[in-house]
Design a protein around this ligand. Structure first.
Ligand SMILES: [Zn+2]
Length: 228
């Protein structure tokens, strides 16, 4: 059940993650080092004669390093997921399909970061520790002001969110995390869990509006049903 302190989590390549509470975690350097070493080993492998003894030896080296990278990444993801659960009770992430994104421009880097795996692990750790986890609509999370909700357009090079409407200024990724958190709260609210209001959502802008909107929706729904 949703309860307590909500955290919106934005994942990315610039930083591994940013939370709505302003926590920033850099992408781990040790993985990058390992990955460049892997490329080196693979290059050596490609120069070796297939079916030779050296080829077999080299192939084992590559496989071992692959394995080590997978483990190191998984370990990092688990640590981050636990850290999130340490600091919050509800974790919200975007419902992005990272595999589709990986087919685009940022391909290999996206796959190397393993965002899909991180989300799966976070979901699992939340379940294990009795925390609430939910995915939210990812559309335009980086282009919206978390304080007043207006659209603040910025391309990837702009690292700071500065709202021209309400003057709210914060790190770009933190702002995304806060939008994700707001959407998570909104989602639970429309799903009918009003208890969260006391925990956090009280002070959020736009909550009153959205509340009346969702109420009127349900009212319409019931009248339609009663006509039948
Ligand atoms: Zn604003």
């Amino acid at each position: 059940m949703p309860h307590g302190h909500p955290i919106g989590v934005d994942v990315g390549l610039e930083k591994f993650l940013a939370t709505s509470d302003g926590v920033l975690v850099k992408s781990p350097k040790f993985l990058k080092v390992m990955q460049s070493k892997l490329k080196l080993l693979q290059r050596r492998l490609s120069r070796k004669n297939k079916r030779s003894k050296n080829y077999k030896k080299q192939r084992i080296k590559v496989a071992r390093l692959h394995h080590a990278i997978d483990n190191t990444r998984k370990d990092f993801h688990f640590k981050q997921a636990h850290a999130l659960c340490d600091s919050g009770d509800m974790i919200f992430m975007e419902d992005l399909d990272y595999r589709t994104l990986a087919k685009g421009m940022l391909g290999q880097a996206m796959l190397d970061a393993g965002f899909g795996q991180f989300r799966t692990i976070t979901k699992y750790v939340c379940w294990k520790r009795g925390k609430f986890f939910s995915e939210v609509n990812s559309r335009g999370t980086s282009q919206e002001c978390p304080e007043c909700g207006v659209e603040v357009k910025k391309d990837l090079s702009v690292r700071v969110h500065h709202c021209h409407s309400c003057n709210y200024t914060t790190d770009r990724d933190v702002a995304s995390g806060q939008v994700i958190r707001n959407r998570g709260i909104e989602l639970q609210r429309t799903a009918g869990y009003v208890g969260i209001q006391n925990a956090y959502a009280d002070g959020l802008p736009g909550i009153e509006m959205s509340q009346s909107r969702s109420k009127s929706k349900t009212r319409k729904g019931t009248t339609r049903k009663s006509k039948k």
